[in-house]
Design a protein around this ligand. Structure first.
Ligand SMILES: Nc1ncnc2c1ncn2[C@@H]1O[C@H](COP(=O)(O)OP(=O)(O)OP(=O)(O)O)[C@@H](O)[C@H]1O
Ligand SMILES: [Mg+2]
Length: 357
């Protein structure tokens, strides 16, 4: 049986993106269709190279095309990250800005920022990482670039490139041991400078690691840019969850969309026995996410390599060589985040309704 391009497109109209809840044709995700007899070859353009739904979409396409008589289906994948509306006017070339925050210190914001940035890069995205913790910058050490000094070209500061990620941090500018005392207006100035005067180039994602708490940095960011959204990191303990709720409320007040909550230090798997321990009680963040009606992005275990790689500046070891018990939850989190960013940046503001009286 011979198929026509029209019948193939009709079948593809029955396949929905599971997160965007629209069909692939309407979403303009079908970039090429070649039909030869009963064989179909097509290109599907995803909204992120780190798409968590790729397998599902592939299955659904194959099912619908087989149902109309296709004998063979060959899918070629590409990706085009969609941009957050209005961001380009403020930060040309940057498609999405993602803040990583928490109500509390030490819950793993910087660790999660590094894992998110590296995971997105490894899946094929162009990624920047802004260390906005001007009080205690830890990103340079976590990436093994604490002795680097950024260069200036044409009045723009060039980010340091590490592990494929473009990085900027106050840590490049001040002595590591020196405490930095900042007042609100100074914070505003330095964050603006990191956004306006750094040559970020073309980025699919700019991950922004925040200092602990609900202070001047998130305020400045939300006033300076249309933020794509915020990730809230917390540990399973009640006290950390209370702080996470405070952070959520702050973002809501600042009109920064919540991309989701991630539970860090969720559980521990003993490397020698494989036995799992819930050191701080597990699942609190998931329950809080359900209660607050925000997405849950996953559970990251306590893992010796996550800590060692943070101290040694070797984050790649969490993806290469790491055993599946830490690699899989990290990868799942990164892709869940990428999925939520796609959903968020596709949510254009509702068009104004014209009322004619
Ligand atoms: N899942 C994990 N497994 C093991 N160690 C972890 C994990 N997450 C974070 N750590 C370790 O915990 C310490 C604190 O993490 P990190 O610096 O990322 O937290 P933070 O929230 O950014 O802290 P701060 O509030 O000081 O900025 C680091 O030594 C880090 O390596
Ligand atoms: Mg930190």
């Amino acid at each position: 049986m011979s198929l026509s391009n029209e019948s193939v497109l009709d079948a593809l109209r029955r396949v929905q993106d599971p997160e965007l809840h629209k069909d692939l044709v309407t979403l303009n995700m079908i970039k090429r269709v070649d039909v030869t007899g009963d064989r179909v070859s097509l290109n599907v353009e995803l909204t992120t190279p780190a798409c968590p739904m790729k397998d599902q979409i592939s299955k659904d396409i194959t099912r619908e095309l087989k149902a109309i008589g296709a004998a063979a289906v060959d899918i070629e994948w590409s990706a085009q990250v969609r941009a957050t509306p209005k961001l380009a006017a403020q930060l040309p070339g940057v498609k999405n800005t993602i803040a990583v925050g928490a109500g509390k210190g030490g819950v793993g914001k910087s660790t999660i920022s590094v894992l998110a940035a590296l995971g997105l890069h490894r899946d094929g995205a162009k990624v920047g990482l802004l260390d906005a913790d001007v009080y205690g910058p830890s990103i340079p050490k976590m990436l093994g670039i604490e002795n680097e000094k950024p260069k200036v070209r044409d009045d723009k500061i060039l980010p340091i490139v590490a592990h494929g990620i473009r990085v900027m941090s106050m840590g490049f500018m001040v002595e590591p041991e020196r405490a930095v005392i900042w007042r609100g207006p100074m914070i505003h100035g330095v964050i603006k400078q990191f956004l306006d005067q750094v040559d970020w180039g073309e980025l699919d994602y700019l991950i922004i690691d925040l200092p602990p708490g609900t202070g001047d940095v998130p305020l400045t960011l939300s006033q300076s840019l249309p933020m794509t959204g915020a990730v809230v990191v917390c540990t399973p303990q009640d006290v950390a969850l209370l702080d996470a709720v405070k952070a959520l409320r702050m973002y809501q007040q600042l009109n920064v969309p919540i991309l989701g909550i991630v539970e860090n230090m969720s559980y521990f798997i003993a490397p020698d026995t494989g036995k799992e321990y819930d050191l701080f009680g597990r699942g609190g963040a998931k329950r809080a996410a359900q209660r607050l009606d925000v997405p849950f992005l996953g559970e990251i275990p306590i893992n010796i390599n996550i800590r060692v790689s943070g101290d040694a500046g070797t984050p790649v070891t969490n993806f290469e060589g790491a055993d599946a018990t830490s690699r899989e939850p990290i990868t799942n989190f990164v892709r869940a985040l990428a999925g939520r960013i796609s959903v968020q940046s596709m949510m254009q503001p509702a068009p104004l309704e014209l009322k004619i009286t």
